[in-house]
Ligand binder design. Structure first.
Ligand code: NAD
Length: 317
């Protein structure tokens, strides 16, 4: 992997891809080369022009251009946000077959270019598309990452922060499992600073209620549907989540983020790609953090895992 130049290739310059690119340019200093690829070349060209025209106002300079698959050769990260967006009422799993065909046309030329970096997948259903990327690319598991439940976790921390009137940065909580309907919050693991939320809820001195936690979990699980109903698609939040993951990789941060990663025995599971807290650094997934789940939470995790396995196994790859 490159150490002097930090180059990112974005495949899919739609709403999600360009929200990511816009966040990347505005946050500045994360990478110094961004290549835009799309099946619609005119669109990729227009997006490159538009972003370049804002560079004079950005924090740091970057080389941005519409490119080709051969540009992946010396890239550190290839972000995939290509595919078809979720329609109102459509589940993420419904998108699977359509997006698998799109990925066939993408992964092969990326690998042929000689690319030797990290894949970061955002296309839905993200856990399965990440596993598809892993199977088609034959890259090592630590170098194939999905955005997983990183955005859901950010939503959760925001809502819990609002409820407890605490900065979300001081709320330690994760949404785990499928990025979709079977995701859940292991509340036994939620901490406000170093105090467990279970303990806070049990304390009769305050008015916090367990039902409110269930309502927050439900809000997190259904927020994508609500946003899609209101404005057809979600993109700013996921764009910022992708930027956050890229920053952790290129900055070798060893930050804990809930990405979709391949389990190799953790959580009593193998082969499946699923949202779990992972330590993310320069080489991708450095370690999967295994939470001490209660029996009920373990059961929910297994249900989510089975849904993902069943969908993947139904594919003709
Ligand atoms: P969009 O339709 O705006 O953009 C998709 C882009 O992909 C288009 O520019 C299209 O031309 C391009 N594309 C299609 N086929 C291609 C191919 N074969 N090669 C290269 N480019 C191709 O859609 P969007 O709103 O940007 O959503 C993109 C994906 O992100 C969807 O799958 C959506 O469900 C997903 N998404 C994921 C999350 C998450 O949390 N992971 C959140 C929101 C959306």
């Amino acid at each position: 992997m490159n150490t002097d130049k930090r180059k990112v290739v974005l495949i899919g310059t739609g709403m999600v891809g360009m929200s990511f690119a816009y966040a990347l340019v505005n946050q500045g200093g994360i990478c110094n080369e961004l290549v835009l690829i799309d099946v619609n070349k005119e669109r990729a060209n227009g997006e490159a022009m538009d972003l370049n025209h804002g560079l004079a106002f950005a924090k740091s300079n970057m080389r941005i251009y519409a490119g080709d698959y051969k540009d992946c050769k010396d890239a550190d990260i290839v972000v995939i946000a290509a595919g078809v967006a979720q329609r109102e009422g459509e589940t993420r799993l419904d998108l699977l077959q359509r997006n698998t065909e799109v990925f066939r046309s993408i992964i092969s030329p990326v690998v042929k270019s000689g690319f030797d970096g990290i894949f970061l997948v955002a296309t839905n259903p993200v856990d399965i598309m990440t596993r598809v990327t892993y199977e088609l690319s034959r890259f090592g598991a630590s170098r194939v990452i999905g955005t997983g439940t990183s955005l859901d976790t950010a939503r959760l921390r925001y809502l819990l922060g609002d409820y407890f009137t605490v900065d979300p940065k001081n709320i330690h909580a994760y949404v785990i499992g499928e990025h979709g309907d079977s995701e859940f919050v292991p509340f036994s693991q939620v901490m406000l600073a170093t105090k467990s939320v279970t303990e806070i809820l049990a304390d009769e001195k305050n008015d916090y209620k367990i039902e409110d936690m269930q309502s927050i979990e439900e809000q997190v699980r259904t927020s994508a549907y609500k946003i899609i109903k209101a404005k057809r698609a979600t993109y700013y939040g996921i764009g910022m989540a992708i930027t956050r993951i890229i920053k952790a990789i290129l900055g070798d941060e060893n930050s804990v983020l809930t990405v979709s990663a391949k389990l190799c025995g953790e959580y009593d599971s193998k082969n499946v790609f699923i949202g779990v807290p992972c330590i993310i650094g320069r080489n991708g997934v450095k370690e999967i953090v295994e939470l001490s789940l209660t029996d009920e939470e373990k059961e929910k995790f297994q249900q989510s895992k089975t849904i993902l396995d069943d969908s993947f196994n139904g594919l003709n790859l």
